[in-house]
Design a protein around this ligand. Structure first.
Ligand code: PMM
Length: 285
């Protein structure tokens, strides 16, 4: 199968997250041990993940970046073990050196949250290897979690900035068929921005590339209106990351209905079941 056959149209794929990090947003430290990370990847595949997204660097605001050596040590053995099982593996990295080593170890695609901005070698490297490449909307490394992002119209600006990245990548020789876009939920966006983007996903789809949506366990899902004593309470407490899987299944279903190529989630089963409900309703029609 050619590397790009992965991008053929079809039902929304589920990308299961395998964070081999001590400090990720929502599952920091849980799968940091190599054996635990491999076991987690197998567990997500058994739960119905189509792709496993292995990452060795946390994108949490203010977290210290690992060295390339540390990132390689975390990711390469996990990618190699999961790929050897015949599973489809994506490498979540901003570094071309890590992407190269993980492709050599059996990864089938590259997921770059910086859209090629963090490593100037990345666009040329992606052109040379020809594999699918996720270009996420990114406005730089976040140092301060409380910094207020600034947009006049978040969807327009995300689409415009993604288009600028696409132009840079195409100019570097990347083929359009390799590209996937991701609006980057939670990256330099406050809760209102994230909800607006989710409402406007069709505009991101209309850019003409397969789209990945990663809302899983993100902070904006932790503050939902609750019903207390029959009243809607808009100041409901923020729930812990692990409590956000129900909301994630709902946002992932909305993303799938808007035409997302894939949804990136930590808890595969809840999203798999939400998508299966839609599938059954579609069949019944
Ligand atoms: N989010 C995180 C990490 N990688 N990749 C893509 N393509 N899209 C995302 O939204 C995204 C990502 C941060 O989440 P995590 O550290 O909790 O996995």
């Amino acid at each position: 199968m050619s590397a790009l056959a992965l991008l053929a149209p079809g039902p929304t794929r589920i990308m299961g997250v395998v964070n081999v990090t001590p400090d990720s947003f929502s599952d920091g430290g849980q799968w940091f041990d190599r054996g635990a990370a491999i076991a987690r990847g197998r567990e997500l595949a058994a739960a119905g993940a189509d792709i496993l997204d292995v990452g060795g660097e946390s994108t949490r605001p203010g977290s210290a970046r690992p060295t390339t050596e540390e990132e390689l040590e975390r990711t390469v053995p996990v990618v190699a073990a999961l790929a050897a099982d015949g599973l489809t593996v994506s490498i979540d990295t901003m570094r071309s050196a890590t992407a190269r080593a993980c492709l050599d170890a059996g990864a089938a695609m590259i997921n770059d949250v910086s859209g090629g901005l963090a490593d100037p070698q990345m666009p040329g490297f992606v052109a040379s290897v020809g594999v699918p490449y996720v270009t996420m909307h990114w406005r730089g490394l976040l140092t301060n979690p409380d910094e207020e992002p600034d947009y006049d119209d978040v969807t327009n600006e995300v689409c415009r900035e993604l288009t600028e990245r696409v132009d840079v990548l195409l100019a570097a020789g990347v083929r359009a068929e390799q590209l996937l876009l991701d609006p980057g939920f939670g990256f330099s966006k406050n809760a209102d921005h994230n909800w607006e983007l989710l409402a406007d996903l069709s505009e991101v789809m209309s850019l003409g590339y397969p789209v990945i949506v990663g809302t899983s366990r993100k902070r904006f899902l932790g503050r939902l209106p609750a019903r207390t004593g029959g009243q809607l309470d808009h100041e409901a407490p923020v729930s812990a990351a692990f409590d956000r899987d129900h909301a994630t299944a709902a946002t992932s279903l909305l993303a799938a209905q808007a035409g997302a190529w894939a949804v990136r989630v930590h808890d595969v089963r809840s999203t798999r079941e939400a998508l299966a409900v839609w599938e059954m309703v579609s069949r019944a029609r």
